[in-house]
Write a protein that binds this ligand. Structure first.
Ligand code: ZN
Length: 197
């Protein structure tokens, strides 16, 4: 008897080669990104306790969702999940070794200051200058639950701080001057009214 499950896989394979090549990506769930205004973005998250296959799948889906949105970092609240995990890849998918899962991360050391413009996938179209440490050391767990420490500088340090802020319910808007923050909030309110947010 032919194995039904394997034969059905073969039956669906006469697809063009170009689709075959992206099969691994196609099997990933692309989550819509939650936008500013949703209360989940301003709530602290709950620690990851189970580092099982479902969790590993979730982190891979988070990378896929982040790449689809052209981001360098994505935190679970941004896909509507109240969970203390974020993914970062400052190469935006160009280097598979640059993929970093930060589960239950904590900044254990910070040094220096850099003021740079940053944005957020949950606040599209708006950017602002934010002071961040130049160097940070983060302690976290990877997707398998193994503890590690990582030292980062400049853009990666900024990404780590931005994502860990997300996990604490903090958005980059909170680091801006009140004037700039209110201006952005007013513009978003207007976009909401026009149904464009
Ligand atoms: Zn963000």
């Amino acid at each position: 008897m032919p194995d039904k499950s394997t034969s059905s896989e073969v039956a669906t394979s006469p697809a063009p080669a170009s689709i075959d090549a992206s099969a691994a990506v196609a099997s990933r769930k692309i989550y819509p990104i939650v936008k500013y205004g949703d209360p989940i973005l301003e709530k602290p998250t709950v620690a990851v306790k189970k580092f099982d296959a479902d969790f590993q799948q979730l982190t891979e889906d988070m990378f896929a969702s982040m790449y689809a949105a052209q981001g360098v970092g994505l935190a679970a609240p941004q896909i509507g999940l109240n969970l203390r995990v974020a993914v970062v890849d400052v190469t935006v998918g160009k280097n598979p070794e640059a993929k970093i899962v930060l589960a239950n991360p904590e900044i254990i050391h910070a040094e220096g200051e850099v003021r740079e413009e940053e944005g957020c996938l949950s606040i599209p179209g708006f950017r602002g200058y934010v002071m961040r440490p130049q160097f940070v050391t983060v302690r976290a767990h990877n997707a398998k639950g193994e503890p590690f420490e990582i030292r980062a500088e400049n853009l990666m340090a900024r990404a780590f701080c931005h994502e860990i802020d997300h996990l604490n319910g903090i958005l980059f808007l909170q680091h801006l001057s009140m004037l700039k923050r209110d201006l952005i909030k007013r513009k978003i309110k207007k976009l909401k009214k026009q149904g464009e947010w």
